[in-house]
Ligand binder design. Structure first.
Ligand code: TYM
Length: 354
């Protein structure tokens, strides 16, 4: 059989405020990809209960992420936007993948170690199995490409390992059921049911760092709001946070090599490059030799110019929850139809009676 049809899948958790890292590392790429690809974008609510079970307003959070997707420019008619818990196939396939994946694979995940902290015995079982659910999200739609920030790289490697092991363990059944598709792996071609997904992690903002500490990732869970620019921040807040961002006393270098060992400078130049859709080298051609007192206002102006329209549209959408709910319901139905076909095949391959 021929190769897999290209399909993009990605997800965002409905926990905390979306920030500039989520936007530049993921959501903006989602928007760009929809011009040329068939895309499925998911608000991963099942994932959001792994670290914290009870949320004050999970429904509001789900709507807010959906609003950000739409405000950024994702077209839910041409593509699919939905929340994960609507499609039961995610949890079903994750269970099968829990039996494919090994405990050792999960124990090696750096995000699990970070999130579980010292009290590992007390972390939820869901937090440990999280990457198996993530693999199910992607492979339920047999997605071939996954745009994400750098922090998801290890999870996507694990998704590939799960697909490879499933394809190998069930190779005879897959062939017997006529459900195999050709997969190019290096010089070899193998037959499998699940594609070996390609991560898409590129550009100047795959890892946007905290504005207060260039060694830490910009994160929803950082207790300091000054560490991140939220998509809901207004122009004054954005300008203030950039003004207060940590920097060093030197002028900007003229070449990217000069950013080595200057994490905060590197981060701000990367953010500028990503917002301006250019490269760090081009930013330094323009600003090399200038002080942060000149660069920061230019960065603030650019950030406000790019983020203000999204912010305004998000607010408008959040005021119309009926519209958001209708988008998610329609997306859930269309995602569900694809998922149902996959689950029928998977149950046949595993050998369940149906
Ligand atoms: P989440 O919700 O933490 O983040 C959503 C997306 O934003 C990216 N991101 C960043 N990119 C650059 N710099 C940063 N500081 C930064 N912080 C976050 C993340 O890499 C991500 O792309 N496990 C995922 C959600 C998920 C998923 C999936 C993703 C569940 N199933 C299937 C892809 C495919 C997560 O927690 O992302």
């Amino acid at each position: 059989m021929s190769a897999f049809a290209p399909r993009v899948f990605s997800g965002v958790q409905p926990t905390g405020n979306l920030h500039l890292g989520n936007y530049l590392g993921a959501i903006r790429k989602f928007v760009a990809l929809q011009e040329s690809q068939d895309c499925i974008y998911c608000v991963v609510d099942l994932h959001s209960i792994t670290a914290q079970l009870v949320h004050e307003d999970l429904k509001g959070q789900i709507r807010s992420i959906t609003a950000a997707f739409l405000a950024a420019g994702i077209d839910p008619k041409r593509h699919i936007v939905f929340n994960q818990s609507r499609v039961s196939g995610h949890a079903e396939l994750a269970w099968i993948f829990n039996c494919v994946a090994r405990i050792g694979w999960m124990n090696r995940m750096t995000q699990f170690k970070e999130k579980a902290g010292k009290d590992r015995e007390n972390a939820s079982l869901g937090l440990l199995a999280y990457p198996s659910l993530m693999a199910a999200d992607i492979l339920l739609y047999r997605a071939t490409h996954v745009p994400v920030g750098d922090d998801q790289k290890q999870h996507l490697e694990l998704t590939r390992d799960i697909a490879i092991k499933f394809n190998n363990d069930f190779s005879g059944r897959i062939a017997a059921a006529g459900l195999g598709t050709e997969i190019a792996m290096g010089d070899e071609t193998v037959n499998g049911y699940f594609p070996i997904t390609e991560p898409m992690i590129e550009g100047p903002a795959t890892r946007v760092m905290s504005l207060k500490d260039g060694s830490k990732k910009m994160s929803k869970s950082d207790p300091s709001d000054l560490s991140r620019i939220n998509l809901t921040d207004d122009a004054d807040q954005i300008a203030r946070k950039i003004r207060k961002a940590k920097t060093d006393p030197d002028a900007l270098p003229s070449e990217t090599a000069g950013l080595a060992g200057r994490a905060e400078a590197d981060n701000l130049v990367g953010i500028y490059a990503a917002l301006a859709e250019t490269r760090k080298a081009d930013v330094l051609t323009e600003f090399g030799g200038r002080q942060f007192s000149e660069f920061k206002p230019a960065l603030a102006e650019l950030a406000v110019e790019k983020l203000a329209p999204i912010n305004a549209e998000m607010r408008r959408l959040i005021d119309d929850p009926g519209h958001i709910d209708a988008v998610l319901k329609d997306g859930g139905e269309r995602a569900g139809a694809i998922a149902e076909r996959t689950m029928r095949d998977v149950k046949e391959i595993v050998g369940f009676l149906q």
